[in-house]
Design a protein around this ligand. Sequence first.
Ligand SMILES: [Zn+2]
Length: 364
Amino acid sequence: MARPVTAALRAGYAWSVRREHPQAWREVARMAGVIMRHCGPGRGPVIPAELVALLHQPLGTWLPTADPALAELVVLDEDDHLTDDTYEVGCDYTVEVLAGQEDPGERWLPSWRVHRAEQVEHTTFQRLIIGTDEDYVVGRRFLVENSAGQLLHILDRQTELGLTPLVEFGAIPQDRQWHGFWWACPVCAWPMSVSPSGIVRCHFKPHRATYTLLNGTGKKPLLQPADGSIPPRAARPVDGAVCVDESIWRYIVVPGVVEVRLRDRINAIAGVSADLYPCKDLYDIGVRRTTEESWRFTLDVKDFASAAALANKLIEKPIAAGHLVIPDYRSDQLIELRRLLPGVAIATETQIQKRIRRTMKEGA
Ligand SMILES: [Zn+2]
């Protein structure tokens, strides 16, 4: 299932940038071929134009799937932009669709539309893997906490921590600027997109960051939060500001925000010490009593929009940690995950903190 889904996402991305990228048309045709092969003769889209029309419909209506989250996925909105759901559900499914042959998309598609999360992680942390465990943790955390900002500040921080450059930082993209300003998402701190109609938002929906631009009279433009959104951060000047690319944001920063937040919360419990990425990411978090050497709890945080996709992945490759932790905003997946993964200890961020606090108090 992952191949046709990735093909649909790649075709959708290509269609959304067809005016800027002449290769886009061929990519849509190539991906239509991948989907046609999957569907078999007489089923699915026959020509690229048909595929483009279907990308505006829920996936389940034209690509049979047992995963309800995937069945509801619409790839393109009415303005031919990728929907926010592609940044969530879509990412759970990304695989190579042209394995074993040259992939022309490699040269111009964003790498998170082509590669699995593990590959982006591997390429990014290649240099850290050969260093010490401590370098790995410091480097990875640095990236999560400095995915965007003033270049000079980021470089200073990098030097302070004794890090060599890990990834490239580029200028704030045009579609994330407004008259010389940009806004960091209050959760992931990466630049939010600014639509021509003045909607400013982080494309990762669980961050609940959607705002309307107000043409304030002050020097800095102001944002009005949409219903349910958390308060915004102040506008910052684009001048001298940089950010990591979208793949790093999606596959390292977005999950990293939850990992770092959870580690810091657990570490704040009296008598408890929590380490990020012990043994170069064998687990996401190792928890022990401050007076002890060995782990009491080992945690792996998994943030998938689709519980079914997560379960399949873990059946294929079980986690090494004792607990699977899902972000609080995925708590509605608990029942399904427990059903799909019997024998795996599963908790939300809040539940695992409570469990750790209780266990440490009891002295068990
Ligand atoms: Zn965000």
